[in-house]
Design a protein around this ligand. Structure first.
Ligand code: C2O
Ligand code: CU
Ligand code: CU
Length: 421
């Protein structure tokens, strides 16, 4: 398929059109679906007035087509991203631009989309309806244009510190949409946090969730939870059981989550925000669905095999006291090595940490062992805490980025380079 990034005008808010950047004219961009084993060919055309890339967030593909800042596509230029989807990769991913210093701006302007990989042996009954929820937020001026404050203004400096948050929440580009469900039905929700800085603590009134997948796909078994914390760039899959009565409704809410330093914490941070309405149809309840108790095996990455531990100390805008330099390699390791990464957040706000190219397994958070295995590529590291994960550098040599996924922090240089040789 072809993805063209170009300026456009879209009616994001009632009564006005906004100057945006969009893939193929829509926000989010087209949802891309592939199966394990598929060969994917994306023709990218950059019709933006500035360099861009498409980064395939979370996908395990060669470094040369990772769409990192090492491989910018000039305005008016084109590039073909061609790769084969590995077996076991089924899950919910997303794509977004990753040019040097401009990722946050281009994503906020509207460049992001979902990438779903399916397995032929998916353990969930195919009769379960599936919903995709791409979450984003934005901020507007009175004339309907996006609010991007001048970087040295007070508001600009607050955005740099907190990450740019917006007061208008979108689901698939719509404000507070309504989702239909039938009583008794079970739905599979794939949720992507495509926001530059907003962290979502999601809860559905009157319902719990069965949490079945993280960034890199299904768990070994479902886990019942009352809420989900979804940091920037993270994804989850949830089973929503339609326990409500015919004709009733429920609200998916973003509950307050304090990820901020006190000095720049927004005054209204503790407000609960409505994200979408779940509307039950009047139909009589559907017949119960039998859900599998076991989803798929997840091979364990054994930390005892680790040949090195990489210490990453996060401070405001810096990793190990350094700012991003494309000409520097921060970590180098041999192809196939297993390593532990220890991410220490020394400061008073959260930083969601992302590694390109390789899915990892979280070992512990602040010394508390992770209760079950899952594949992840992004993990939130809350203020003054330490997260450890284990990763194996399979298949693909080359230079890979790691960074904070608060996009303002990433663009400021809170990023480094891992070279696999
Ligand atoms: Cu969502 Cu460097 O990536
Ligand atoms: Cu990425
Ligand atoms: Cu950060």
């Amino acid at each position: 398929m072809t993805l063209t990034a170009a300026p456009a005008q879209l009616p994001l808010r009632p009564g006005s059109a906004t100057d945006v950047f969009a893939y193929n004219g829509s926000i989010p961009g087209p949802t891309i679906e592939a199966h394990e084993g598929d060969r994917v060919i994306i023709h990218f055309r950059n019709e933006l007035p500035e360099p861009s890339t498409i980064h395939w967030h979370g996908l395990h593909i060669p470094a040369t087509i990772d769409g990192s800042p090492f491989h910018p596509v000039a305005p008016g230029g084109q590039f073909d991203y061609v790769f084969t989807v590995k077996p076991g990769a089924a899950g919910t991913y997303w794509y977004h631009p990753h040019p040097h210093n401009r990722s946050g701006y281009q994503i906020a302007k509207g460049l992001y989309g979902a990438f779903i990989i399916r397995a032929d042996d998916d353990p969930l009954p195919p009769s379960i309806p599936e919903k995709l929820l791409v979450l984003s937020d934005n901020r507007f001026l009175a004339d309907g244009s996006f609010d991007f404050p001048e970087s040295h203004s007070l508001h600009g400096r607050i955005d740099t510190e907190n990450g740019r948050e917006g007061d208008v929440l979108f689901v698939n580009g719509e404000v507070e949409p309504t989702l239909a469900i039938r009583s008794g039905e079970v739905q599979r929700w794939r949720v992507i946090n495509a926001s530059g800085a907003r962290v979502y603590r999601l809860a559905l009134t009157g319902h719990s969730f069965l949490h079945i997948a993280n960034d890199g796909g299904l768990f070994e078994r479902p886990v019942e939870v009352s809420e989900i914390l979804l940091a920037n760039a993270e994804r989850v899959e949830l089973l929503v059981r339609g326990t409500g009565a015919p004709g009733s409704r429920a609200t998916l809410q973003a509950q307050p989550y304090d990820r901020y330093v006190p000095q720049t914490r927004p005054a209204d941070w503790s407000r609960t925000r409505d994200v979408l309405t779940l509307q039950y149809s009047a139909e009589a309840p559907a017949a119960p669905v039998i859900l599998p108790e076991v989803l798929r095996p997840i091979p364990r990455l054994d930390p005892a095999l680790a040949t090195d531990t990489r210490l990453m100390v996060l401070t405001q805008g810096l990793i190990n006291a350094r700012s991003m330099d494309l000409g520097r390699v921060d970590v180098s390791a041999p192809l196939g090595a297993t390593e532990i990464w220890q991410i220490e957040n020394l400061v008073g706000m959260d930083h969601p940490f992302h590694l390109h190219g390789f899915q990892f397994q979280v070992l512990d958070r602040n010394g508390v062992a992770e209760p079950f295995r899952s594949w992840k590529d992004t993990v939130n590291v809350p203020r003054h805490s330490t997260v450890r994960f284990v990763v194996r550098y399979d298949d693909y040599p080359g230079k890979w980025m790691f960074h904070c996924h608060i996009l303002d922090h990433e663009d400021m240089g809170m990023m480094g380079v891992l070279e696999i040789t």
